[in-house]
Design a protein around this ligand. Structure first.
Ligand code: SF4
Length: 311
């Protein structure tokens, strides 16, 4: 089966209907965040190179556009840190030549101290970087960065990017129980946020199974208090309701069937849409295929799962 670098469109809490574009193989990242829902980083690096050539990715984006795909955003993200792909800039430019759909970049922001990385993101319509720590200790505890990235270099990169980039910046702050969720932490975050000056601040916490068990969810009440302390730009984006349903274990199947009832999806689409690891999804899919609730449809070389329509 040909490798797919484009998936969806799938519903995204932050971006509406999002056509995802993967720029690095699973899981190449400059961080190894304790809360990462993709699992532990396999290749921690700051080496920039064409991990997946832009032309191969662009061909798949164009295929989707030719099919008449509808999406609110084309989201450059994927199975690791997309700015590690040294062709990200040319890819964004080329995508924009083919479509009016705005391009969003989901990044951990770790490489924004590098002027070439900042330059490569200039054509994006919105950039969504992360800021999960307010000092070096928290940075090492939460993000476990590559040793050549310091907190100061990372945050100064964000501040410089803000000064140069004309588009919207939506900053994500990820809060963890017992680690960075205190009142004092909120005050520290606020100082950095004022310097980065994003258009929006998205506050998030653990929902899906994290890379490490000690990455724990903050309660909805605590999140609301933390959010208020960050000021008017901040909003909570955690789907607490979904989390409660998934904890009972009974509703992943329902969410999966809802998604497949709307459109056929690849395994990557489902993984992205439900924010679950592919192995976990297969545990739900296999019995549903066996009892004929779901069928597998092959289109070209790609396998799609779809809800069987009642006869
Ligand atoms: S930056 Fe993103 S992909 Fe990389 S480890 Fe953290 S959460 Fe996972």
């Amino acid at each position: 089966m040909a490798e797919r670098f484009v998936y969806g469109p799938v519903p995204s809490r932050r971006l509406g209907l999002s056509l995802g574009v993967d720029l690095v193989p699973y899981k190449v990242c400059s961080y190894d965040c304790i809360y990462c829902q993709l699992g532990v980083t396999k290749q921690k690096t700051i080496e920039r190179k064409p991990y997946i050539p832009a032309e191969r990715i662009l061909d798949q984006v164009c295929e989707k556009l030719k099919e008449g795909v509808r999406a609110d955003y084309i989201t450059v993200a994927g199975s690791g840190e997309p700015t590690l792909n040294s062709q990200i800039g040319s890819l964004i430019h080329k995508i924009k030549k083919h479509t009016e759909i705005p391009v969003a970049v989901l990044t951990n922001g770790s490489l924004l101290g590098n002027s070439q990385v900042r330059e490569s993101l200039m054509a994006a319509d919105v950039v969504l970087p992360s800021l999960d720590a307010y000092d070096q200790t928290g940075f090492e505890t939460i993000n476990r960065p590559h040793p050549d990235i310091s907190f100061e270099a990372m945050v100064e990169g964000l501040i410089t990017f803000r000064k140069e980039y004309p588009g919207d910046i939506w900053l994500e702050v990820f809060i963890l129980e017992g680690i960075n969720a205190t009142e004092m932490a909120a005050t520290q975050f606020k100082r950095w946020i004022e310097r980065v000056n994003p258009q929006k601040v998205h506050l998030n916490t653990v929902v899906r199974p994290p890379a490490e068990k000690h990455a724990r969810q903050v309660s909805a009440q605590e999140m609301a208090g933390f959010c208020k302390a960050l000021g008017d730009k901040a909003e909570v984006i955690t789907p607490f309701e979904d989390h409660k349903r998934h904890e009972k274990g009974g509703d992943i199947e329902k969410d999966l069937l809802n998604l497949l009832a709307r459109r056929p999806c690849t395994l990557d689409d489902i993984s992205y849409g439900l924010s679950l690891h592919k192995d976990e999804i297969l545990e739900y899919i296999d019995p549903l295929v066996k009892n004929h609730t779901i069928e597998i449809v092959k289109k070209g070389s790609v396998h799609y799962y779809q809800h069987r329509k009642p006869k």
